[in-house]
Write a protein that binds this ligand. Structure first.
Ligand code: UDP
Length: 258
């Protein structure tokens, strides 16, 4: 079988040409990076877990009417997704203060915020993804005012869905990052949730113990990173009890999502 054409390689994923126009294949690597690429590691099994968790989340979002790029999972590490033009912004929603918000505003880690806060960061690794305002976004044409409104509304619906979904399995959603893509259909364009939603892009704390179950385990050298991701997957019911997500060998392609 001929190797598919690679379109793009990012830090944690590779995008390949899809089988039909308007589709691409998203491949989840085991690579982990933090602090703008200064810290790197290979975490065996991470890609498999994020593929499954992101599938689960995107399917759930579609069910409540939030459009996403997800079409179907192809195998352990790959999913078929809609081809989009990525909006060059990272949209962060925060419920509890952590990470850069604490540093920037001097808040104590874990402070419950008076309401959910949305922030935009300009996607540019060379600049370290700076925080930007709506003024910057519209002045530099990264998105127009209508798109900003749409992204904020979709981000809040995503936050409500994710908060409930995780709370139901004893996990607090502290914050998360999502990306949006423009999907063109003839004259029409719509914004849909793209990229991934996984413990790489969310802060997740155990409801009872506040144990960290996300990429901060890697950022802060807490160890057992994939164990924590596997526990998130297990609680969500994404992994069957006897299923190993640590396999990195050849994978079977199946078309029924199992
Ligand atoms: N985040 C992400 N990718 C980034 C930056 C942040 O997925 O490039 C996520 C991060 O995991 C957290 C949320 O966005 O869930 C808010 O991150 P923050 O701004 O606090 O940045 P950090 O402290 O992670 O640098």
């Amino acid at each position: 079988m001929a190797r598919r054409k690679q379109i793009y390689e990012g830090k944690a994923k590779i995008i390949f040409e899809g089988p039909e126009p308007g589709t691409v294949i998203q491949y989840f690597k085991d690579d982990a990076t933090a602090f703008n690429n200064q810290k790197k590691a290979v975490l065996e099994g991470k890609g498999v877990l994020n593929n499954r968790i992101s599938e689960f989340v995107m399917v759930g979002l579609e069910r409540i009417g939030v459009p996403t790029h997800f079409m179907k999972r192809l195998n352990m590490r790959e999913q078929l997704v809609r081809h989009v033009e990525i909006v060059p912004l990272e949209v962060v929603v925060r419920n509890v203060a952590a990470g850069s918000l604490c540093k920037r505003l001097g808040l104590e880690n874990g402070t419950v915020l008076p309401r959910s806060i949305i922030e935009f960061y300009y996607k540019d690794d060379k600049l370290g993804d700076p925080l930007v305002s709506e003024e910057h976004i519209t002045a530099f044409n990264w998105a127009n005012p209508q798109e900003i409104d749409d992204m904020m509304a979709l981000a809040l619906r995503t936050n409500d869905f994710l908060s409930g979904m995780f709370a139901a399995v004893g996990i607090k959603l502290i914050d998360f990052k999502i990306e949006f893509g423009r999907q063109y259909e003839g004259e029409m364009m719509r914004l849909i949730v793209a990229d991934e939603i996984s413990p790489d892009s969310c802060r997740l704390w155990d409801m009872e113990t506040n144990d960290i179950m996300d990429k901060d385990r890697f950022r802060q050298d807490l160890g057992n990173v994939t164990d924590a991701y596997r526990e998130v997957a297990r609680r969500l019911g994404v992994l069957r009890e006897n299923e190993s997500a640590g396999q990195s060998g050849p994978v079977l392609v199946s078309d029924n999502g199992e």
